[in-house]
Write a protein that binds this ligand. Structure first.
Ligand SMILES: [Zn+2]
Ligand SMILES: [Zn+2]
Length: 396
């Protein structure tokens, strides 16, 4: 049941299924209660008839199959244990699965105090609603209290909550509270932080000041006091785990563009992979590139001494290469302070030693800068190991 609509769909589907089925049955259960796909049933006929009934139910739909528990004395349904006693009366108790280890939110957990203090109360209320016998309710509360003590809840918080619930009868606890829907309360939502001051007190204290405002917009906005609501801040899981699926990479290659008169095709390194000349690590190409690719990360390698440079451009790579080559040619005139320009002007170097390879394609300016930095670090091209003066971000 992944999507938020799934329970509603399941309920609608099961509703139609059960209507169609029960309508046609001669022998019907005395009581039939369903919550989504869990059914509680009281059967007044023979066991044989019951198995026949279940058998027909399981033949109804090719994929909807029911497992079942039958008992003359005790059966559990959701979190309720239903017991039939000697007088044929029914008693209800809380059903606790064997695997339940009562891991309520630990009291030191980063949650608003009111939220944690509410848990013993809501759990006790759940017990009160479910447990029909008052004595069993009392002893179950004692057990529940121990679970909260184990999770470091203060004894006075537990006692206050339990006392509040103990004054109710089971019948009172299952009464529906009708909310006043006309009361428009504007929630004031902030991210929870344990070091926050008590904002609720501040709102109460200064509320009347806002009402004194002469501006009608302020007055209409603040008809009723806002309700303070906390939003969960990012937790460790949010920082550490991404729900995005890992990309499945295709293999790619860098090739000549083969446009007539392209002056770069003879300099491009045609390959399905590229290496760091410094670390000797090999990387497979994940996209197809050529001299005309734009939004690209490129690798310049000196064919004579294998030193490398990582660059990036949003324009067509051939335009960027024109610039590199022109800078190298005009080094004497302009005295460029670039390691690339200086390197290819070294003695015994010519432009014939210059080669380039577009290695990665990006989708945004930010990605371009980040990937440039990434590849500078992966290929270790910061001077003097390579020809980059520095990366956008330094990795210590
Ligand atoms: Zn080309
Ligand atoms: Zn060189």
């Amino acid at each position: 049941m992944g999507s938020p609509m799934a329970p509603s769909y399941a309920s609608l589907f099961m509703g139609k299924l059960e209507n169609d089925f029960l309508e046609k049955r001669l022998l019907k259960p005395y009581l039939w209660l369903r919550f989504l796909d869990d059914i509680f049933m009281i059967w007044n006929y023979s066991l044989e008839d019951l198995y026949d009934f279940i058998d027909c139910l399981n033949k109804l739909h090719p994929t909807i199959k029911f497992t079942f528990n039958v008992s003359n004395t005790k059966v559990s349904f959701l979190d309720v244990e239903v017991v039939k006693n000697e007088n044929n009366d029914i008693a209800t108790m809380v059903h606790v699965k064997n695997t339940n280890i009562h891991q309520y939110v630990e009291y030191s957990s980063c949650h608003p105090k009111s939220c944690k203090d509410g848990i013993p109360y809501s759990q006790a209320k759940r017990y009160r609603r479910i447990i029909s016998d008052d004595n069993i309710f009392k002893s179950s509360l004692t057990e529940l209290g121990q679970h909260f003590l184990n999770r470091n809840y203060p004894i006075n918080i537990i006692n206050t909550a339990f006392q509040k619930v103990s004054s109710l009868t089971q019948l009172e606890s299952i009464q529906c509270r009708i909310k006043d829907k006309n009361k428009a309360i504007i929630p004031f939502v902030i991210e929870y932080n344990p070091s926050l001051p008590n904002i609720g007190i501040s709102i109460n204290k200064y509320w009347d000041l806002l009402k004194l405002s002469s501006k009608t917009s302020v007055k209409s906005l603040h008809k009723s006091k806002p309700m303070l609501a906390y939003k969960r801040p990012k937790n460790l899981k949010d920082y550490l785990i991404s729900s995005k699926l890992e990309k499945t990479y295709k293999n790619g290659s860098s090739t000549k563009c083969n446009r007539p008169r392209c002056s770069h095709c003879s300099f491009i390194n045609e390959n399905t992979s590229f290496n760091s000349m410094y670390t000797k690590e090999t990387f497979n190409m994940r996209c197809d590139t050529n001299c005309a690719t734009s939004n690209v990360i490129y690798l310049i390698t000196c064919k004579k001494c294998s030193i490398q440079y990582i660059g990036q451009t949003s324009q067509q790579l051939s335009k960027r290469m024109n610039q590199h080559r022109s800078d190298i040619k005009n080094y004497i005139d302009h005295n460029f302070n670039s390691h690339v320009v200086k390197h290819f002007n070294k003695s015994s170097h010519t432009l014939q030693h210059f080669s380039f390879q577009p290695i990665d394609i990006v989708n945004s300016d930010m990605e371009r800068l980040l990937k440039e930095t990434y590849w500078i670090h992966r290929l270790n091209t910061v001077y003097p190991k390579g020809l980059n003066s520095k990366a956008l971000y330094d990795i210590p």
